[in-house]
Design a protein. Structure first.
Length: 170
């Protein structure tokens, strides 16, 4: 089962990742979760700071691709277009297929890729299974899909403390 649900790195937000830090660890690309990683859940777009961050990363030579479990292609496409990133939707994380599709888009080997997301059982577990490195961030907003709320209870049971970028979460 490999590394299970243990992430290699933990940050508050995706915007804490920068090109120099990634390159120093021989990471050339990111596979990015969308909901509550790039956009608050149910929000139509990424915040301005995240758009600026994406531009800076690309200027620093880091490749990026969104890998989302969302079934709403129109939404994923809109968020991806604003960030000028390619995307995989209906990714089926934690299964490997979506990560492999993203890897091919990046054109990198698994060991050169960092999977970034806010969930232990989809993003981190799946990224570890795909033999990529993994980075857990705090979800942007405490407002979430009911299925995610159930996964949060399991995360607490697995020892992950609650954290949210916006106030109000438990
Ligand atoms: Mg998420």
């Amino acid at each position: 089962m490999g590394r299970g649900i243990k992430p290699d790195f933990q940050f508050l937000s995706v915007t804490d990742l920068d090109a120099d830090w990634l390159r120093a660890r021989r990471l050339g690309g990111l596979l990015l979760d969308m909901d509550n990683t790039l956009t608050p859940w149910n929000a139509p777009a990424a915040p301005a700071a995240t758009l600026a961050w994406g531009e800076k990363l690309r200027a620093g030579g880091i490749r990026t691709c969104i890998v989302s479990n969302s079934r709403k292609q129109a939404k994923v496409e809109r968020v991806a277009a604003a960030l000028a990133m390619p995307y995989v939707y209906r990714a089926g994380k934690p299964r490997r297929g979506g990560f492999e599709a993203g890897r091919r888009i990046l054109g990198l080997a698994p060991e050169e890729i960092l999977v970034v997301g806010d969930q232990l059982f989809t993003d981190v577990f799946g990224g570890n299974r795909a033999r990529m490195r993994t980075c857990l961030i705090c979800p942007i907003s405490p407002t979430e899909f009911i299925g995610t709320k159930i996964l949060r209870l399991l995360e607490r049971a697995a020892g992950r403390p609650a954290c949210f970028q916006e106030p109000g979460g438990k």
